[in-house]
Write a protein that binds this ligand. Structure first.
Ligand SMILES: Nc1ncnc2c1ncn2[C@@H]1O[C@H](COP(=O)(O)OP(=O)(O)OP(=O)(O)O)[C@@H](O)[C@H]1O
Ligand SMILES: [Mg+2]
Length: 510
């Protein structure tokens, strides 16, 4: 990308420090964002990235340090102050009202809403259309938000910021929820924005993305800036090492699978999605003890519903499921868990954690009513906390204490808590949906090693991932899902990226 020789600094943090109870989340952080630049931010889970961004957006106040925007020192007490200075932020969990239209969402809380109903809505629709056109966003202002795919909803958030004249955009892990195609579209949009002079801070855990789109990379480790790099002079390995402080194995090391008896058998499985449309249209496959079957597919082809049926969270409308020969098609989630099924759910906010509960309590959600955690109705909190301590240590969960509520953990550390809990029980069948979404590279290495260890200990593993790289590097067999069915199952040796990609797009296999 061509850049002016000396673009001015539009946003600067000087010596920012932020403390939470028991945590130094940011420690004298300095940052400079230049006009028209894409500054990527990398760092381990809990390193302090979101905290820093929340301060730049006026959501948190620093304990120490200064924030300068366009040459002026600012004191911000809420996002309104940031928005007034042209700073917009897209959070990982979107803050849109699902039942309202795009234009209505964009207008919410904005100046132009004041005064006239229909007239101001027309104006808003017109402006959304202009912005959409200008940046190739392809967003229909009259569409209802809940009908839009995730990638589109994210664009609505971007438009919302642009509508308020933001020329500094903060994107906190925008690609975590996107398909690879949607992510590429987002990168194109980011470049169109920077060409128009918008400056962007972009947080991600995907090193490839950093190398492809950033102009500069900043790295945070345990609240401190530990370095910055130019993508042109970096590799995935060098970035990973800067981030984690040691060399990281980016590829999975494993022996050939030694598959045993069938553990999971699925036949003609059908299910509705949330809108009562038949989305799972007859899935058939088996997973054997000691093997990893990876499901590859573009999101929205029935993978989510498949997992929910297998774990008892959704009712099958047709077809049958067996675990070790026992039919379990309409079992409750608890009964399925008690058969030795571990589940890493895709939506950790909804199914994985009870946010107000402590970490320790979250670690025993499946077995809190059993020994050693309880005798009858008496709970043994000491045993629960000790168990929590062990897992925090083993899984490197970054938290001040086992008593900390799950809600105050960083995104990736929440995921680690679920993984730790699900991996620490005897398991016959592991169903892992997007197990490393939002996880830093060092922890991905660890989680992948653990998945392979489960396999080697004889568990049947069903892996569902939107990351084709993850499926191809972990799976022993690759099952491609398209239009609600498993259209092909390939041994890993025959599962080339090209072949799997074609099958995922619905092409006939050659
Ligand atoms: N509201 C809060 N209350 C207490 N502690 C918090 C709060 N928000 C963040 N923390 C703590 O601050 C530290 C930094 O968290 P932060 O969310 O900034 O990490 P992050 O770099 O964004 O990580 P991730 O990659 O997992 O999203 C963590 O130890 C976290 O537990
Ligand atoms: Mg974060």
């Amino acid at each position: 990308m061509s850049k002016q020789t000396n673009p001015p600094i539009v946003l600067e943090a000087k010596g920012i420090t932020k403390r939470f109870p028991g945590v130094l989340a940011n420690d004298s952080v300095d940052l400079q964002l230049h006009k028209g630049e894409i500054l990527a931010f990398l760092g381990e889970n809990g390193a302090g990235k979101s905290t820093l961004m929340n301060m730049l957006y006026g959501l948190y106040r620093p304990n120490e340090g200064e924030i300068w925007i366009k040459g002026e020192k600012v004191e911000m007490s809420n996002p309104r102050d940031a928005i007034d200075r042209g700073v917009g932020m897209v959070h990982q969990h979107f803050q849109l009202v699902p039942v309202m239209t795009v234009a209505e969402n964009v207008m919410l809380g904005s100046e132009i809403t004041r005064g006239g109903g229909v007239l101001s809505r027309r104006k808003a629709e017109e402006r959304v259309r202009e912005l959409s056109h200008q940046y190739g966003l392809d967003v229909d202002p009259t569409a209802v938000v809940e009908d839009l795919p995730v990638g589109m909803q994210q664009r609505v958030e971007i438009i919302k910021a642009l509508y308020r004249d933001a020329d500094i955009l903060i994107l906190d892990e925008p690609t975590a929820v996107l398909t690879p195609q949607e992510a590429n579209e987002l990168f194109r949009i980011m470049h169109d924005l920077t060409d128009e002079g918008v400056s962007i801070i972009f947080i991600t855990h995907k090193l490839k993305e950093v190398l492809n789109v950033a102009d500069t990379v900043g790295v945070l480790r345990r609240g401190k800036i530990v370095g910055s790099a130019k993508p042109a002079e970096s590799t995935q390995e060098s970035l990973a090492e800067l981030m984690v402080g040691r060399a990281v194995l980016l590829r999975v090391d494993k022996e050939k699978a030694d598959a045993g008896a069938v553990v999971l058998k699925v036949e003609g499985l059908q299910a509705f999605d949330d809108r009562k449309q038949l989305i799972l249209r007859g899935a058939d496959f088996e997973v054997r003890a000691g093997e990893i079957v990876g499901i590859a597919g573009v999101q929205g082809n029935g993978q989510r519903e498949l997992v929910e049926v297998l774990t008892g969270l959704r009712t099958a409308v047709n077809g049958r499921v067996w675990i070790e020969g026992q039919e379990v098609t309409h079992f409750s989630p608890r009964k399925i868990t008690e058969l030795g099924v571990a589940h890493i759910p895709e939506d950790r906010e909804k199914h994985g954690l009870v946010m107000p509960y402590s970490l320790a309590d979250n670690m025993v959600l499946n077995d809190y009513y059993q020994k050693p955690y309880a005798t009858g109705i008496i709970m043994h909190q000491d045993a629960i906390d000790a168990h929590g301590e062990q897992l925090i240590e083993k899984y490197d969960v970054r938290t001040p204490s086992v008593k900390t509520p799950a809600s105050s953990l960083s995104g990736g550390n929440k995921q680690k808590v679920i993984v730790a809990r699900e991996f620490s029980r005897p398991t016959k069948l592991l169903i892992a949906a997007q197990p490393t979404r939002g996880i830093d590279v060092g922890s991905i290495e660890f989680i992948h090693t653990q998945i392979v260890a489960q396999r080697d200990a004889g568990a049947a593993v069903l892996l569902i991932s939107a990351e084709l790289d993850e499926v191809l590097s972990l799976a022993d067999r690759v099952a491609v899902m398209f239009d609600g069915r498993i259209v092909k199952i390939l041994p890993i040796a025959e599962a080339t990226r090209e072949r799997v990609g074609l099958l995922m797009a619905g092409s006939e296999d050659a």
